[in-house]
Ligand binder design. Structure first.
Ligand code: CTP
Ligand code: C5P
Length: 343
């Protein structure tokens, strides 16, 4: 709108707790409404005050995760829970974009009332089948057996489960089977860059589960992307993740994990259903120059019982990275269990 002197600066705000592809999809749509996207993320205190419970990820973690989304140009830390004209003006934004669901304050008011009245509000389509509440629910469900066994036993017995499940032909996560998300190629197209690497690009490959993306994953992906020009992330299938993680992992199914990883600004391409071991064929096919893995423990390839990185090590292209974070998906689950009364 030239009369106001603003040009396509879009504001979006929210809690962005356990950031998922639904959040990312709303920011993707918001970015399409303008040129520059500013995302206001609420502080822990504001969330506690209005929702009555603290978020699973603290504010610093949430700021980091939102900064990692490829459609986000800028993050405003500690944005107010109620979106006002003053906030839009302060950051020189034309309008605010939000999903087509009603968000209310602690006393029941629409948090977007003022910007709606001022006609500085645009709606984006909420993504069906995923929410922070749903993810918390999946995690609580997956550990329900462990609650029964007593308050002290919060550990998911991975070894026992994985060895059991490895020989079970039906080995797959029963909980992600409950995912309500309907993946389409259209959605994958919207999330992906669709760019091939340039012929002389240095291609980096990493593989993993990347189940419920957290700041540890993000830091790792940032460092991995710095090793070359084009980062390919191999995502293991649900049965493979189940085999080595055991229990009811993965929490998010392969299609959901694909979108989460594609939303990350460091990632160029994803292999949907990568083998556990990095084979000579895979290295040659993608013309990979570097293979990286973090400091988290490795399992043997379930088929060959060998180190999954044997081939890249032999070729001298394997690199271990220090993400600087000791966060894991297990730890996220434990946080939720420890605070389960609050959800
Ligand atoms: N959003 C979305 N699709 C989802 C979940 C959230 O489009 N499945 C959008 C919301 O509409 C909002 C933005 O993401 O515009 C930030 O949402 P947030 O404040 O974090 O809250 P919730 O809507 O509560 O997200 P969730 O239900 O996952 O907790
Ligand atoms: O555990 P997962 O398969 O999701 O991990 C994917 C990659 O991220 C692995 O290379 C792992 O070592 C790395 N990672 C990390 N720091 C963390 C968590 C994961 O470097 N805190």
């Amino acid at each position: 709108d030239s009369s106001t002197g603003r040009s396509g600066r879009v504001w979006a705000d929210g809690c962005y707790d356990m950031v998922h592809f639904g959040h990312a999809n709303s920011l993707r749509q918001a970015k399409l409404l303008g040129e520059y996207l500013i995302v206001g993320v609420h502080s822990d205190e504001e969330i506690h005050q209005h929702k009555g419970a603290p978020p699973v990820f603290n504010e610093d973690e949430r700021y980091t995760m939102v900064r990692g989304i490829k459609w986000v140009d800028e993050v405003v830390e500690g944005a107010p829970y109620v979106t006002t004209i003053e906030t839009l003006d302060k950051y020189n934004c034309d309008f605010c974009a939000h999903g087509n669901d009603i968000t209310t304050t602690a006393d029941g008011h629409d948090t977007y009332e003022a910007v709606k009245i001022a006609k500085r509000y645009k709606e984006v389509e909420r993504t069906q089948g995923v929410s922070t509440t749903d993810l918390v629910g999946r995690m609580l469900l997956m550990t329900r057996e462990h609650f029964r066994r007593g308050a002290k036993e919060y550990t998911v017995d991975q070894d026992a489960n994985s060895s059991q499940l490895a020989t079970d032909s039906k080995a797959r996560s029963p909980w992600t089977g409950m995912s309500q998300f309907l993946p389409t190629t259209q959605r994958i197209l919207q999330f992906s860059e669709g760019k091939a690497p340039s012929p002389d690009a240095k291609i980096v490959y990493v593989a993993g589960a990347f189940d419920v993306m957290h700041p540890g994953h993000l830091k790792f992906l940032e460092k991995a992307s710095q090793l070359g020009d084009f980062l390919i992330v191999g995502l293991h299938t649900d049965p493979i993740v189940n085999m080595y993680k055991g229990s009811n992992y993965p929490i998010m199914n392969l299609h959901e994990r694909v979108l989460s990883v594609l939303a990350c600004k460091y990632v160029s391409e994803v292999v949907i259903g990568a083998p556990y071991a990095v084979s000579p064929e895979l290295l040659d096919h993608f013309n990979i120059s570097v293979v990286a893995h973090g400091k988290t423990p490795l399992c043997k390839d379930p088929e060959t019982k060998k180190d999954p990185y044997e081939e890249p090590r032999k070729r001298g292209i394997f690199q271990e990275l220090e993400s600087g974070s000791d966060l894991t998906t297990d730890k996220v689950v434990f946080r939720i269990i420890a605070r389960r009364q609050e959800y």
